[in-house]
Write a protein that binds this ligand. Structure first.
Ligand SMILES: Nc1ncnc2c1ncn2[C@@H]1O[C@H](COP(=O)(O)OP(=O)(O)OP(=O)(O)O)[C@@H](O)[C@H]1O
Length: 353
């Protein structure tokens, strides 16, 4: 007989491919209903950006259709992102489930480009997303998000000033660029960093967020230390280019996060190959190839993806319309979206294991 129990029994062997556990045991199958031959249930994923969504739905449908008498299987998909737990000396950001640092050993490798496009991709996929631009030396996130000339509002709260984040493309954002005078010499900025990062974590009206993406300053310095000590980090992503120097710097960054006890989610190789706009079928390895893959194998961390060098990606940054918005079908937008999904999946696995 078709009933809730028989449906759950047949779904029990279906596993979440990342967590390698039964969907039923993980409480990811809910609201099972049977109406004659019509079966329906809700699949609750661990991230709205799940890269394997279709695959899991198909697995579920296949399993239920084995039962005699089943005519149709309707699967409603939702998500509940798990929350990263704080260590005893850390203070979580109220309402924020996961903090992800986007870092690089060296400047100019495309760290902000990755941070912005990953944040917008996650929002496009239905996640609640914040972006904290902590890059004190080159805070270019406001330009890339089309928020260059916004005035941020400050609310006088009982516990001090609370900043209202700027907002575009589904992403809430604050930037060092809002607080520092662009003409101020860079050497005066370092000592302010710790205080501003804390202010950006705890005195911004972030609301509820699945992911707070942090665009870190390049290198291995104070910002990384402040963040790792203050808040529970879901993980760090290291952006690099295929050049040898850049990869060496990436290795250093990776070791630093590992020493700070921060889970390194993986490496992103940017500017992997060049796609000429007039010859989109041709690609050129301008900086050599395979470096990211080699480093990921050597250091035993995943390669989350490779992004081509594309003129439209730079133009998207300059014009304030990220490429995942303006040209979602371009090679770099597809790579960035897939990277965002990989990051989200790895964050959920880390929180649940
Ligand atoms: N794959 C790419 N294709 C084309 N242009 C790119 C690509 N990645 C980054 N760029 C461009 O390179 C420049 C530097 O990128 P970005 O600002 O993201 O680097 P960064 O590592 O954050 O630098 P900084 O250290 O100054 O913060 C930008 O103009 C950006 O648009």
């Amino acid at each position: 007989m078709l009933d809730t129990k028989s449906i759950l029994d047949v779904l029990r062997p279906v596993q979440d491919p990342e967590l390698q556990k039964s969907l039923v045991d993980l409480n990811m199958i809910r609201n099972v209903a049977v109406d004659g031959g019509k079966v329906s249930f809700t699949l609750v994923l661990t991230t709205p950006a799940c890269p394997l969504r279709e695959f899991i739905v198909q697995d579920c449908q296949k399993a239920v259709k084995q039962l005699p008498g089943v005519e149709t299987v309707e699967v409603a998909v939702t998500a509940e992102t798990p929350q990263q737990k704080a260590l005893p000396n850390q203070q979580s950001v109220f309402g924020t489930k996961n903090i992800i640092a986007i870092s690089s050993g060296k400047g100019g490798v495309g760290k902000s480009t990755v941070a912005v496009n990953v944040a917008v991709s996650l929002a496009q996929l239905g996640a609640k997303v914040g972006l904290l631009d902590a890059d004190i030396y080159g805070p270019n996130v406001p330009t890339m998000l089309g928020l260059e000339n916004v005035d941020i509002k400050v609310d006088k709260g009982q516990q001090g000033d609370i900043l209202e984040p700027a907002f575009n493309y589904g992403v809430k954002m604050v930037s060092m660029g809002f607080l520092i005078d662009p003409d101020q010499p860079v050497m005066w900025r370092g000592p302010m960093l710790n205080g501003i990062i804390r202010q950006f974590l705890y005195q911004v009206n972030w609301g509820s967020l699945d992911y707070l993406v942090v665009d870190m300053p390049p290198g291995t310095g104070d910002a990384q230390l402040t963040l790792a000590q203050a808040v529970p980090m879901a993980g760090a992503v290291i952006v690099t280019t295929p050049q040898t120097v850049s990869l060496l710097d990436a290795r250093r960054g990776l070791k630093m996060f590992q020493q700070l006890g921060v889970n390194v989610l993986g490496i992103v190789e940017n500017m992997s190959y060049f796609i000429p706009p007039d010859l989109p079928d041709r690609t050129y390895d301008l900086f050599g190839s395979g470096g990211g893959e080699k480093t990921s194998k050597e250091l035993n961390v995943p390669l989350l993806g490779c992004i081509p060098l594309e003129i439209a990606l730079r133009e998207g940054g300059d014009s304030g319309v990220p490429i995942v918005m303006s040209s979602p079908e371009s090679a770099s937008a597809k790579a960035l979206k897939a990277i965002a999904q990989q990051i989200a999946a790895k964050v959920s696995v880390a929180a649940l294991t």
